[in-house]
Design a protein around this ligand. Structure first.
Ligand code: F6P
Length: 551
């Protein structure tokens, strides 16, 4: 098997990158009036404009050739058909089956998982409606008014990002809260205004071993029992979503209150499963189904559209172009829609936990840059914080601008101002402004020659900063489902192009193991001498200050 770097297209792309590094997008736009038509894709409710990248038709054709040489189409089929493409964990990767609205039978380990999906969806429907309509009662016979989702990472970020994004679609019959951090400050703050008799806890943990989640769940349990004075209240106030039924039962959760998770769904791709219960309860089951519909729509687009016109494929190819070939080290996610305020946090886990790796499928060290670090913030807030860096620093940060044509919260004038900034920023990042233009502007403003000499270099914007624009018609359960699925498939494609095992996360284990060792040392006040001097001294200082505080 050829390494990626030996592929014909890879070598051509390396040479082509040297040439393109000397090009300015402004010139490329001036030379080609058809750039937008060539480098944009329109779906019924989402438009991707990727013309503001340092690309030409030759770039895109070489990148598409690379995707073909990497057998992307075959890998795509292997994923959708349930092959065990998560090779390090020997598992299938089938989050797409969770939203397959055609319920195509797929065999995993000898059983048809589409039936499992259908059964669980029916369970989610009944359960969420029971809660919303007040049929499910708390220990004192009162209805549930608040749910608290206890979970972290993939068992938190997806549902929280979605319920935040779709707040406008909630009728507030049942409020939703999230506890992810083991810092007691969070659970204390969440529980403070709530009454135990009205609260349902959803303990979401695929493994049901995650220390932080288990501790938060125990604290919640104590809080409930302190109010109900009765262990049996657990059955009305605790449910679990997990692939580890045994641990959930040992924890004290009634078996009939446990929703299944499966090993063919990765935690960070699980919001479409019962991990999405907070979504169904808070927004109603129909909205949850709309979210699935939107994702399914993109699954069909991704599966059946030619590579050169395929949004997730194009986004992955561009990420690789900017990062591996042009050397960008980070990527910004910049939503211009308040509802997407958690999107960058969500995508950080999705992309960085999936592809932030440095060995390939065969365990060999990868010698080229793989994926960028992902960060971001709501666009307008970012403009008044870090956009200075985006425009003028000597690090190029490619950015995804995400906005909506129509606001879900129309207040006169607001959306126009917001979106004017949205369009202006990508134009400014692309065009920049050169010294000649700066000087002409200052002269026109009547500035002195001395002032102009001093200030002009500081006002120059090099431009040529790549951006993608994703413009949705309007945020809705459907379009949000589509948006998330676009990024999920982008991440899958990146993994194939880079030969990265995208569906494991061994990199989180080392720290977890050490934390549990250190916790035991702190607990027994017995700091191990084998720690490096930095860690040892930090631990000793911590213990010393703590014991002084106690005196
Ligand atoms: O530590 C990382 C991780 O394993 C994520 O991959 C996962 O989403 C999160 O922890 C939570 O895991 P679980 O759902 O098993 O509690």
């Amino acid at each position: 098997m050829k390494s990626r770097e030996q592929l014909n297209s890879w070598q051509q792309l390396t040479q082509h990158a040297d040439h393109m590094k000397k090009q300015h997008m402004k010139e490329l736009f001036a030379q080609d009036g058809q750039r937008f038509e060539k480098f944009s894709i329109k779906l019924p409710s989402i438009l991707l404009d990727y013309s503001k990248n340092t690309i030409t038709s030759e770039t895109m054709s070489l990148l598409t050739q690379l995707a073909k040489e990497c057998d992307l189409e075959k890998w795509r089929e292997r994923m959708f058909s349930g092959e065990r493409i998560n090779s390090t964990e020997d598992r299938a990767v089938l989050h797409t089956a969770l939203r397959d609205r055609s319920y195509t039978p797929i065999q995993v380990d000898g059983y048809d998982i589409s039936k499992e999906v259908e059964r669980t969806l029916a369970q989610i429907k009944v359960f969420s409606e029971d809660i919303r309509q007040g049929r499910w009662k708390g220990y004192s016979g009162k209805r549930i008014t608040d749910i608290v989702n206890i979970g972290v990472g993939g068992s938190n970020l997806g549902p929280q990002m979605v319920t935040e994004a779709l707040k406008r679609f909630s009728d507030h019959t049942v409020n939703v809260h999230y506890v992810s951090n083991v810092d007691g400050a969070q659970i204390a703050e969440v529980l403070r205004p709530l009454k135990p008799e009205n609260v349902l806890f959803i303990v979401s943990s695929k493994t049901f071993t995650t220390t932080e989640t288990m501790l938060n769940a125990k604290t919640a349990l104590k809080w409930l029992i302190a109010s109900s004075f009765d262990q049996s209240a657990i059955a009305q106030h605790f449910i679990a979503v997990t692939a580890n039924k045994k641990n959930a039962i040992n924890f004290g959760i009634a078996e009939h209150n446990i929703f299944d998770m499966w090993d063919w769904v990765g935690g960070r791709f699980s919001l479409w499963s019962a991990i999405g219960l907070p979504i169904a309860i808070n927004l109603g089951y129909d909205n949850f189904v709309e979210l699935l519909n939107g994702a399914y729509d993109i699954d069909c687009h991704f599966q059946h559209t030619e590579l050169s016109n395929n949004i997730p494929v194009i986004l992955a190819l561009l990420s690789m172009w900017n990062c591996t070939f042009l050397g960008a080290q980070s990527q910004a996610i910049l939503p211009y829609d308040q509802s997407l305020h958690m999107l960058s946090a969500y995508l950080q886990q999705a992309e960085m936990e999936s592809n932030g790796k440095s060995v390939n499928w065969y365990g060999e060290t990868i010698s080229y840059p793989t994926v960028p670090s992902i960060w971001g913030e709501l666009g307008i807030n970012g403009q008044h914080a870090f956009y200075q860096y985006l425009h003028q620093s000597n690090n190029i940060v490619p950015a995804d601008f995400i906005g909506s044509v129509e606001s879900v919260t129309p207040i006169q004038g607001h959306h126009e101002t917001l979106m004017s900034n949205f369009f202006a920023q990508t134009q400014a990042l692309m065009q920049g402004v050169n010294e000649q233009q700066v000087r002409a502007d200052l002269i026109a403003k009547g500035r002195s020659a001395d002032y102009i000499d001093k200030v002009a270099p500081h006002k120059v914007h090099q431009g040529n900063r790549p951006t993608n624009t994703l413009l949705m018609d309007k945020i809705s359960p459907f379009t949000l489902g589509s948006l998330i699925a676009i990024y999920e498939h982008k991440i899958f494609v990146q993994g194939i192009l880079l030969q990265i095992c995208s569906f494991d996360q061994w990199g989180v284990e080392l720290g977890k193991g050490l934390a549990s060792q250190i916790e035991s040392e702190l607990y027994h006040n017995n700091i191990d001498l084998s720690h490096d001097s930095s860690t040892w001294n930090l631990l000793m200082h911590y213990q010393e200050v703590k014991s002084n505080d106690k005196v």
